[in-house]
Ligand binder design. Structure first.
Ligand code: SAM
Length: 372
C-alpha cells in the first residue's frame, strides 16, 4: 500500500494523482481537454475553475472490512480512511465515531473471500450549508437491522449531525455499491443543501454533485451563460434534483427538467415549490423516451448525462430538435468529444474546465454550443 506525500496518509485508489503538484494536475487535465476538443475549434477557452485541495468532498464511501481488532472503514485491504483529508474534520470525526460504535456493537464486516459477515459499506454525505449528515449502511441481508436500530440512539447522541440514517440491502456477491431496497431508520428522509441561495435536496439514491464549492460555480456559470441568450423555453435533460434548471429560472421562462430517478424529481419539484417557481416542470422519464415523444421545440437545452455520455440516438434526436443553443456539462471529456462529433450542426462558443475531482484524472467540463 502506497503512502501519499501530500497528506501523509494512505493513498486511496481514486487519488492516483495526489503526488503531482496541483498546478501540474490542472495542466494535465487542461492538456487532455485541449487535445480532445481542439479539432472542433472552440472559440472561447475560459479559465479553469480550481478546487480546494482538502475537505472538498461531501461524500465518503467506506468499505467495511473485518479485522481481528474489529471493523475497519476504508479500503478493502484493511486500510482505514477515516482520517482521509478529502473529507472535512466534521466528517472525519463522525467516521471515527461510527467505526467505534460498530466495533462496540460487534458488527462484522463482510468478508469477500469467505462470503461471511453482514456490513458491506458505510456511506456518509454532508450538507455543506448546514453541516447535517446522512449515514447509510449497505448490508448483505436484513439480519442485523434490529441491532443497528437498537444502538442508534447512542450513535446520534455522539454525532448529533446525523439526521438521516438508512439501511440499503445489497444481497449480490459483487462489487456493486448498493441495492434497490432502502430502509429508513430515521424520521428525516433527506438533507437540505443550499447552492447560491437555492435549496436542493440530498436523498439516499439520487445523484448529487460531490464537490459543493465547485458545483456551486458550475451551476452559477451555466445560469450566466443562459442569461446571455435569454431562452423562453429551456430543457434540462438528466436534471437530477434540478440544480441547473433551478439556477436558470427566470420570469416568463418555461423550463422542463427530465430525469429517470423518481426520488430526484420529487426533490426538484419540492425545491421549485419552496422558491414559488411555477414556470418549472419536472418529469421522471428516460431522456431517450422523452426525446422520442416530445413534439415541442425549446430555444436551449442543457444536458448533463452520466459518464457514458449522450450516445448516438440522443445526439441524433438533439440534431432534429435543433435548439439554437446547447449547454453540455460532462464528467467525461472522452464521451463528450464523441458526442460533439455527432452534434455536427453546432459550434463550440465557450469551454470551461471545472476541477470537481482534485487528485484524480477526472474533471467536469461545461461547453456552450450554438447552431452554426
Ligand atoms: C451526472 S448526473 C447529473 C444530475 C444533475 N444534472 C446534477 O447536476 O446533479 C446524471 C443524471 O442522469 C440520470 N439518468 C441516467 N440515465 C438516465 C436516462 N436514461 N434518462 C434520464 N436521466 C437519466 C441519473 O439518475 C443522474 O441523476
Amino acid at each position: 500500500m502506497s503512502f501519499c506525500s501530500y497528506f501523509d496518509t494512505h493513498l486511496c485508489h481514486s487519488c492516483r494523482w495526489i503526488d503531482y503538484h496541483y498546478a501540474e494536475q490542472l495542466k494535465l487535465k487542461s492538456d487532455q481537454l485541449h487535445a480532445l476538443l481542439n479539432k472542433y475549434q472552440p472559440n472561447g477557452w475560459q479559465k479553469p475553475v480550481t478546487s480546494q485541495l482538502k475537505g472538498f468532498r461531501n461524500k465518503a464511501k467506506m468499505v467495511a472490512t473485518p479485522t481481528p481488532e474489529g471493523i475497519v472503514l476504508g479500503l478493502s485491504e484493511e486500510v482505514s480512511l477515516i482520517d482521509c483529508p478529502l473529507y472535512d474534520l466534521s466528517m472525519q470525526k463522525v467516521l471515527h465515531s461510527v467505526q467505534e460504535w460498530l466495533r462496540e456493537l460487534g458488527i462484522k464486516g463482510y468478508d469477500i473471500k469467505l462470503r461471511k459477515g453482514e456490513l458491506k459499506y458505510v456511506l456518509l454525505t454532508r450538507s455543506k450549508s448546514n453541516g447535517t449528515m446522512m449515514l447509510r449502511f449497505v448490508l448483505r441481508s436484513h439480519g442485523i437491522i434490529a441491532r443497528l436500530e437498537g444502538g442508534l440512539e447512542e450513535l446520534i447522541k455522539r454525532s448529533p449531525e446525523l439526521k438521516v440514517v438508512t439501511v440499503n440491502i445489497q444481497p449480490v456477491h459483487m462489487a456493486i455499491l448498493e441495492g434497490d431496497e432502502e430502509i429508513f431508520l430515521s424520521e428525516q428522509r433527506r438533507l437540505e443543501e443550499r447552492f447560491n441561495g437555492i435549496p436542493l435536496y440530498i436523498r439516499p439514491k439520487s445523484f448529487f454533485q460531490t464537490n459543493p464549492d465547485v458545483a456551486e460555480k458550475l451551476y452559477r456559470t451555466a445560469s450566466e451563460w443562459i442569461d446571455e441568450i435569454k431562452p423562453s423555453r429551456l430543457w434540462d435533460l438528466f436534471c437530477g434534483v434540478g440544480g441547473f434548471a433551478l439556477h436558470c429560472s427566470a420570469p416568463e421562462r418555461e423550463i422542463i427538467g427530465i430525469e429517470i430517478e423518481p426520488e430526484a424529481i420529487e426533490c426538484a419539484r419540492d425545491s421549485a415549490a419552496q422558491l414559488e417557481m411555477t414556470n418549472l416542470r419536472f418529469e421522471s422519464l428516460d431522456a431517450a423516451s422523452f426525446g422520442a415523444n416530445s413534439g415541442e421545440k425549446p430555444d436551449a437545452v442543457i444536458v448533463n448525462p452520466p459518464r457514458r455520455g449522450l450516445g448516438e440516438q440522443l445526439c441524433k434526436w438533439l440534431e432534429k430538435v435543433s435548439a439554437e443553443h446547447l449547454i453540455y456539462s460532462s464528467c467525461n471529456a472522452v464521451t463528450l468529444a464523441k458526442d460533439l462529433e455527432r452534434l455536427g450542426s453546432y459550434e463550440i462558443q465557450k469551454v470551461q474546465l471545472f476541477d470537481m475531482f482534485p487528485h484524480t484524472e477526472h474533471y467536469e467540463v461545461l461547453v456552450f454550443l450554438k447552431k452554426r
